[in-house]
Write a protein of this length. Structure first.
Length: 401
């Protein structure tokens, strides 16, 4: 295939609806950049647990060692389909607003970044310093790697038409100095807005892709997906690049995943015994252990081989833990009595009319808005019948009634 498809999406907090939405759209993208997932590092496994046939790498916006008040915040991630025939190497960054991977296909290498910038400002120099810090942290990783192209996507919190914004000026200076180009400038740009405020309904384009100068001519599409079932205040921003993409020829099978939650103490002890036995049989080259040359490259293959053996030991030792198929277990959610019979038809109807409302430019007055609101109220009526006040609140916020 001669097209690389990448999307960027500020999820504004992960929940079951958002994960289901990402799962539904993931087949359209080779890579999906995520911002504002609001997860701790210990929770980042939810991407792999809930989205089919992907790999992921994420960065938390929060220090888990500290006590936080109020809602969680920040965080970036990069998801990619497991059918891609390429090597994806996560690159650790000290900046919690930046998630970076190196992608190596057979004929080229890319640095791909997902970024979440601080709020825009015309006067806040401290915020602007953070903004510039993210940009120049990107340069640090680019300069450290042997790559051909750079792609940066995410929530820039910058609408380029705001000429007085400190962020806009900083971004423009960065692009001029470092030979980057904003994809908004491409002739194929078909984006009207990517963000709609839930408070005053104002719209702006805060999400962008920026590429190294040598990649700009490969851009073949830049659009926006105003999907009815997207509950975030940001829309997904897709772009396509006319470069070769390789996929694995073998079919992807849904692997059986170990279910650790119901494992007994005996199961865990058996796993530990298996690990000890298997690791005892794994011979380590003493030359690798006692090498004190931190710049050594002679033992690189031996270290990679040891890594693979340890991983295989962990996998083999877990045979004593029960399994379930990832594709079936992932979809098992709490069943709400009466949902399919009474609520689902109204929800589907509301999504249909909400989609038409979006396609007609999301008018704020007139029959389209009234019609969408009426269908939303129908669902609320059924929620009231089943006493689900939490979903009523979510629906009111989602339908913006």
């Amino acid at each position: 295939m001669d097209q690389l498809n990448i999307g960027t999406y500020n999820v504004h907090g992960l929940n079951s609806h958002t994960l289901s939405y990402i799962d539904n759209i993931m087949d359209s993208y080779d890579f999906l950049l995520i911002q504002e997932h609001w997860l701790y590092n210990s929770q980042l496994h939810v991407f792999n647990d809930n989205i089919t046939n992907i790999h992921s790498f994420g960065i938390s916006g929060m220090d888990e060692s500290k006590l936080h008040s109020g809602r969680p915040y920040g965080g970036c991630a990069i998801l990619w389909r497991d059918v891609l025939s390429c090597k994806v190497t996560p690159i650790i960054s000290d900046n919690t607003r930046l998630c970076v991977v190196k992608i190596e296909f057979s004929s080229y290498a890319i640095i791909l970044c997902s970024i979440y910038m601080p709020c825009d400002s015309e006067y806040d120099q401290c915020n602007n310093a953070i903004y510039n810090g993210v940009l120049y942290d990107i340069l640090k990783h680019v300069n450290d790697e042997s790559i051909d192209f750079v792609i940066i996507g995410g929530d820039f919190n910058t609408d380029i038409c705001r000429s007085k914004s400190l962020h806009t000026m900083s971004l423009q200076t960065f692009m001029d100095n470092e030979n980057f180009i904003l994809c908004d400038n491409h002739q194929c740009n078909n984006v009207d807005y990517t963000y709609e405020s839930t408070s005053n309904r104002s719209r702006s384009t805060l999400d962008h892709f920026m590429v190294s100068e040598n990649m700009f001519d490969f851009i073949s599409n830049l659009s926006v997906a105003h999907d009815a079932d997207n509950v975030s205040d940001h829309s997904v921003l897709p772009t396509s690049l006319n470069i070769s993409v390789e996929y694995a020829h073998t079919a992807v099978h849904n692997e059986a995943k170990r279910v650790w939650a119901p494992a007994t103490d005996n199961d865990i002890n058996k796993y530990k015994q298996n690990i000890d036995t298997l690791l005892d049989d794994s011979v380590i080259d003493p030359n690798v252990l006692y090498c004190k040359n931190y710049m050594c490259t002679l033992h690189r293959d031996a270290i990679f081989s040891l890594h693979d053996r340890i991983i295989n030991c962990c996998l083999n030792a877990s045979q004593c833990i029960s399994t379930r198929n990832s594709s079936s277990s992932r979809k098992q959610q709490k069943r709400i009595p009466g949902w399919n019979e009474y609520v689902q038809p109204y929800r589907s109807d509301a999504l249909f009319w909400h989609g038409l409302w979006k396609e007609n430019g999301s008018p704020r007055l007139g029959p389209w808005q009234i019609l969408g609101a009426a269908h939303g109220i129908n669902i609320i009526t059924h929620y009231v019948r089943f006493g689900n006040m939490r979903n009523i609140y979510k629906l009111l916020k989602w339908q913006k009634i």
